[in-house]
Design a protein. Structure first.
Length: 60
């Protein structure tokens, strides 16, 4: 699983950093991926599904 955040869409609501702090961190007005998850991570999927602006993308 490879995760990315579209910085142009991100509104820095912080939901992703709360759901998966080992993968996401807020830096200024955008969320960034600080580490790629190992294997399939339900917490990262929850973060992507819960993003209010669909800024999180997951590639298999």
């Amino acid at each position: 699983m490879t995760v990315s955040v579209d910085a142009k869409r991100c509104i820095a609501c912080g939901m992703c950093a709360s759901a998966a702090p080992e993968v996401f961190r807020l830096e200024g007005s955008v969320s960034v991926v600080i580490a790629q998850p190992e294997g399939k991570s339900p917490r990262v999927r929850d973060a992507a599904n819960g993003c209010p602006v669909n800024a999180i993308f997951i590639a298999k």
